[in-house]
Design a binder for this molecule. Structure first.
Ligand SMILES: Cc1ncc(C[n+]2csc(CCOP(=O)(O)OP(=O)(O)O)c2C)c(N)n1
Length: 368
């Protein structure tokens, strides 16, 4: 049997990759001028601070969820910690209230960036009657928001690609100029749905972007047992579309990759596969103990790839953030998270009489 290539160098080139995706590193490329960082991407200082605020808010909400879980207030957490930088950077390139996203269970920062609020997220965790994701009927972490064009998360992984490709097809037929983007892990990218979705979207040049957030594990299964090559993005060439690998700890690199993909999709040139190499800072979920299958040294090394401190230092290095601004953002985020927690805790549960609503078709005789 032929040896399987294991390293990036041994791989065939990933079609369409942009060699300049490492933008945003402070220093030689950008100098110390605050005005220059992000300028080539059309991002001003306010936008950069807004992106940082969003990464920090997603982390603060996520950390609160774990505290609430461990203190018995909410039943289940599936975390986005380690994914936030990629999620904010990538989602930032979409047009809110116009484009569509089909998120997955780690898409906390994605959903916040696309319009959901901390209260929306927390009511989903508490499964309250007024939770916009499902009125307390979905599993926690299965976010959705019809008025923000956020499709409800499905529990079977990867099905969201079919929903998003269908939305992209509808957008094409209706001529709405909308782009549909979906998100999943690298393990999920092995599902048959992904082949069907990418093949169809590529053939028809649909306005669609697939984002694979590769955190190296599918629950306890490491990437080496999920993929026979290092990059999911390499598969894109099999569909005749660009595949881009991007460092998920580099928010601006993620934004750039997404901006290119979204503009291409909107121009009618078809889909792109973006693979963001992220990290999973927590267990798979609150029901998982990752120290059983990950060495302490590996977990320490993962912390060094955390986008939150990286982005903060990047903005600090060019003078866009200072200690006072960071402290102010942290304090504001604490208020938002406290408010969301108190609010969600006080909301009523759904009425048990509605438990079967939307489960069976109503008014249809003889179909079951
Ligand atoms: C079709 C299907 N098979 C299995 C599962 C159980 N399951 C839930 S999450 C998960 C791991 C997914 O890993 P990955 O796509 O890499 O995403 P990650 O959770 O690591 O972000 C599995 C196997 C499922 N939900 N749906």
């Amino acid at each position: 049997m032929a040896a399987t290539p294991r390293t990036r160098e041994e791989q065939p080139p990933v079609d369409g990759g942009d060699p300049s995706v490492n933008v945003g590193k402070p220093g030689a490329e950008h100098g110390k001028s605050a005005a220059r960082l992000g300028a080539d991407l059309g991002l001003d200082d306010d936008a950069l601070v807004g992106m940082y605020r969003m990464v920090a808010l997603a982390r603060a909400i996520d950390e609160r969820m774990w505290i609430l879980n461990r203190s018995g207030r909410i039943p289940f957490v599936i975390s986005g910690q380690g994914h936030e930088g990629a999620q904010v950077g990538i989602t930032w390139a979409l047009r809110r209230a116009h484009d569509w996203i089909a998120p997955f269970y780690r898409s906390i920062a994605t959903c916040l960036t696309f319009g959901m609020t901390a209260r929306d997220m927390m009511t989903a965790q508490y499964a309250t009657a007024n939770d916009p994701s499902s009125g307390g009927r979905q599993m926690p972490g299965h976010y959705g928001h019809p008025s923000h064009n956020i499709v409800s998360v499905s529990s079977p992984v990867a099905t969201q690609i079919l929903h998003a490709v269908g939305i992209a097809l509808a957008a094409r037929i209706r001529g709405t100029d909308q782009v549909a983007m979906t998100f999943m892990g690298e393990g999920s990218s092995n599902q048959g749905d992904v082949h069907e979705g990418l093949n169809f979207a590529a053939i028809h040049h649909l306005p669609f972007v697939l984002v694979v957030e590769n955190n190296g594990y599918a629950i306890s299964v490491p990437a080496t047992k999920e993929l026979a090559l290092p990059d999911v993005a390499a598969r894109a060439s099999g569909y005749g579309i660009p595949g881009v690998v991007v460092d998920g700890a580099d928010v601006l690199a993620c934004y750039r990759a997404s901006k290119i993909a979204v503009e291409r999709a909107r121009r009618g040139e078809g889909p792109t596969l973006i693979e963001a190499k992220v990290t999973r800072l927590t267990g798979h979920s609150s029901d998982d103990q990752q120290t059983k299958y990950r060495a302490a040294e590996e977990l320490t090394a993962e912390r060094a790839r955390d986008a939150l401190p990286h982005f903060r230092e990047q903005l600090r290095a060019v003078g866009i953030l200072d200690d006072a601004t960071v402290a102010r953002i942290d304090a504001e985020n604490r208020v938002i998270v406290d408010d969301a927690t108190t609010y969600a805790e006080a909301q009523p549960d759904p009425d048990p009489a509605t438990a079967l609503d939307h489960v069976y078709a109503e008014g249809v005789e003889g179909t079951f």
